[in-house]
Ligand binder design. Structure first.
Ligand code: FAD
Length: 330
């Protein structure tokens, strides 16, 4: 089958060769890394202007190739919101590697958006990470969200133990050393990461990622803004000074959100859960979505009013619902 990736492969090979050589031989003479080939780099954090609150959007790569045209129509529609950046998720173990790469590449080239590729290191080797980052460089993508990732739940998918990377901080260190021109964001957990020994140690782990070179933090979803405000306060007390961007996930379906919450450990406030269940019983999926939109909208308004630097919206690849919930805000 002829795909864009096949057509682009020979170009990538050339770019990758040049880029690999640039890391080892040219970079020492040009401290801005690939500056020999590229004049400037877009570091998303440098575009965050104090007092100018922004929106960023997160997408996931559709599994089925037949869904791609609709996906890019969604991207095109949401482009009207003028997001500061758009991020694209990455399947742990590299399961979406090529799709993530192709989407960020097209977002940059065809939609003039500023993409940030997510990248997980669970089960990864240095070679696989270098290969992905080289491809990002070749595609002109300057920002990455450095994550550990989770082991796949499907017992049929077995990932090797990574001896190169244990935690996301190892990935941040590696990227900063080998790809110093890459902007690097990291993940933070207002309600603590589910595996964390305790909230303090989780925050120490976040500090390590920032100290290793993380430019800014994007948070896990939460449904009660008090978790975010408390998290920011505790992070500042610990000396974490980088921007902390709240991640907001609208509830579009009760079933989907219950699955997400069971995986990431976020709390749905009991009152909200009751209202969602009532909405479903009385008005079905449509009523749940309407309530989810109202809740996300009020969360976002409160976050902006309280002085958050911006809002990172988990779009779930839904254009109309996202446009409705952001109407008049961005
Ligand atoms: P880490 O920062 O490594 O933390 C993982 C755990 O280890 C934490 O409990 C932490 O407290 C602990 N820890 C860290 N360092 C140490 C240390 N030195 N000693 C002891 N304990 C330590 N997953 C995907 O697969 N693909 C995606 O695209 C994706 N996007 C995401 C986007 C955002 C904004 C967020 C918040 C999460 C995303 N995730 C994604 C989920 C993420 O991969 C999981 O939450 C994963 O379990 C942890 O990743 P991390 O980068 O936060 O890991």
């Amino acid at each position: 089958m002829v795909t864009l990736a096949n057509i682009r492969a020979p170009c990538y090979t050339f770019h990758r060769t040049v880029s690999v050589y640039s890391h080892y031989f040219i970079r020492p003479f040009f401290p801005q890394g690939d500056g020999f080939f590229k004049e400037s780099f877009v570091h998303i954090v440098e575009r965050m202007v104090p007092g100018k609150q922004f929106l960023s959007l997160e997408f996931f790569p559709p599994k089925n190739p037949s869904d791609w045209p609709a996906f890019f129509r969604t991207v095109d529609k949401l482009r009207d919101l003028q997001p500061l950046f758009v991020s694209v998720t990455y399947g742990a173990g590299g399961s979406t590697r090529d799709n993530t790469m192709e989407i960020v590449t097209r977002m940059k080239r065809e939609f003039s958006l500023e993409p940030m590729a997510h990248l997980t290191c669970v089960g990864a080797t240095e070679e696989s990470i270098v290969s992905f980052l080289d491809d990002l460089v070749a595609a002109g993508v300057d920002n990455v969200l450095a994550l550990r990732g989770d082991r796949p739940q499907d017992p049929a998918v077995v990932l090797p133990e990574s001896i190169d990377f244990i935690f996301a901080s190892d990935l941040v260190t590696f990227i900063k050393k080998r790809f110093p021109t890459m902007g690097v964001a990291v993940a933070g957990y207002p309600e603590s990461h589910p595996e964390a020994v305790n909230p303090e140690m989780d925050l120490q782990a976040l500090k390590r990622k920032v100290d290793q070179g993380g430019d800014f933090i994007v948070t896990q979803l939460f449904f009660d803004n008090n978790y975010y405000w408390d998290f920011v306060r505790r992070a500042r007390e610990l000396g974490i000074e980088k921007p902390i961007i709240p991640g907001v996930m609208p509830i579009f379906s009760l079933k989907v959100i219950q699955k997400v919450v069971s995986l990431c450990g976020a709390t749905v406030p009991p009152q909200l859960l009751r209202e969602l269940e009532e909405a479903e019983a009385q008005g079905g999926a449509e009523a749940v979505q309407a309530l989810g939109i109202r809740h996300a909208r009020s969360q976002i308004l409160d976050l902006l009013k309280g002085g958050a630097p911006g809002v990172h919206l988990y779009t779930l690849n839904k254009d109309d619902a996202c446009l409705e919930l952001l109407e008049g805000i961005f």
